[in-house]
Design a protein around this ligand. Structure first.
Ligand SMILES: Nc1ncnc2c1ncn2[C@@H]1O[C@H](COP(=O)(O)OP(=O)(O)O)[C@@H](O)[C@H]1O
Ligand SMILES: [Mg+2]
Length: 362
């Protein structure tokens, strides 16, 4: 991998181990930034900021990333170049890439960091982001539908917002509602299947990790009128239109989109109780970990290959029992683990150790 003016890296070339890589160093040296560069190569954008400009090294004009990636029995060279005033250019084997979903045909990642406790603790948006990030990598059609849905959602929101002053705008509303129902049905189709697999695999991981003491349940929650989210496309569209109709007046009054899968959630229960309200710190950590490891398994089931696992500062925070559980689970794919205390973990993992200091890998 080559990094140029990316975050705190000026110019860095580095080759990784195909199995296990331990990235060690003190705080604020560039460990997370290195993982972020990998996420960018996999997804075309960062997981922690929407602004590409933020990724450019201070006082510089742009950044470049290049990764040589072995996947699906082939070698790919992915390249991202971004400069102020210029559109971001992404190529794979020198051919321009149109959308991030094309990139997902090359490299997939599952990222886990301490903030992922939000998966359990925070509102529905965190769990939707998790589903979206996984599904966009797994299903190009989902990624396309999500982009389209967001476009329609923003447009419909503008219509509702501005309709007070310009009532003419409302003429376009039925058209937007229909297209949102059609696109929304595609999202529900994939989310329902993903949630089913996730429920099964996360429960198994959680059982193992908690010594069989706790039962983790995950349930997909979508638009109320959709009784069976696994129903076929036309049935889903119909149910979504029903819901829209019954909320049409309320939407006009609130001047907001109130109906559609943009409010979907995953309900997470531990021993029958809402994890969001009742789980302890340790339980929260185990449940979030189980969900991430389950996502990794789903990727393998669907794509036949493990995604690259990026563990940012999580291992050292786990107690020895959970550490051992993770270490036993991560065999099979390529792993990157960041930590401060390198030697013990490095020996434990038998991985290649990289020391990061002030934006340089030694
Ligand atoms: N665009 C940027 N240009 C230069 N330095 C940056 C940029 N963005 C972040 N940094 C610096 O990178 C450092 C943090 O790196 P990070 O990878 O998060 O550290 P850690 O090793 O603790 O994971 C901080 O010192 C921050 O100021
Ligand atoms: Mg960090």
């Amino acid at each position: 991998m080559v990094l140029e003016d990316f975050r705190c890296y000026a110019a860095q070339e580095v080759s990784f181990d195909p199995v296990c890589n331990v990235i060690s160093g003190e705080n604020a040296q560039g460990k997370t930034n290195l993982l972020e560069a990998m996420v960018c190569l996999a997804a075309g954008k960062s997981h922690r900021t929407r602004s590409d400009r933020e990724l450019v090294r201070f006082q510089r004009e742009g950044f470049q990333l290049e990764g040589t990636i072995f996947s699906r029995d082939r070698e790919f060279v992915s390249h991202i170049a971004y400069g102020y005033g210029k559109k971001k250019r992404i190529t794979v084997n020198k051919a321009p890439v149109k959308s991030a979903s094309d990139l997902s045909q090359v490299l997939n990642t599952v990222f886990f960091c301490p903030e992922d406790l939000q998966l359990i603790r925070e509102g529905a948006a965190a769990r939707r982001r998790f589903m979206d990030a996984s599904l966009c990598q797994l299903r190009p059609r989902y990624a396309a539908a999500l982009t389209e849905y967001q476009r329609l959602f923003e447009h419909k929101t503008r219509i509702l917002r501005d309709s007070g002053e310009k009532p003419d705008l409302l003429a376009a509303l039925p058209e937007f509602s229909l297209r949102m129902a059609e696109t929304g049905a595609v999202l529900i189709h994939y989310r329902a299947r993903f949630a089913g697999l996730l429920a099964e695999l996360a429960a198994a991981a959680h059982r193992e990790c908690s010594g069989g003491r706790e039962r983790l349940e995950i349930r997909y929650q979508t638009v109320k009128t959709v009784e069976d989210p696994l129903a076929d496309h036309s049935a889903l569209v119909e149910r979504l239109l029903d819901h829209q109709q019954s909320h049409a007046q309320a939407e006009l009054a609130a001047r907001q989109c109130l109906s559609g899968p943009h409010k979907d959630d995953l309900e997470v229960l531990l021993g029958g109780l809402s994890a969001r309200s009742y789980a302890s710190q340790g339980q929260t950590r185990t449940a979030a970990l189980a969900m991430k490891l389950a996502a990794r398994e789903i990727h393998r089931e669907i794509l036949g290959e493990y995604p690259v696992l990026l563990l940012d500062d999580v291992l050292s925070e786990l107690d020895p029992k959970r550490q051992e559980f993770v270490l036993n689970r991560i065999a099979g794919g390529q792993v990157f683990i960041t930590c401060c205390e390198d030697d013990r973990l490095g020996r434990l993992l038998n991985g290649k150790i990289f020391r990061v200091r002030e934006g340089t890998i030694e």
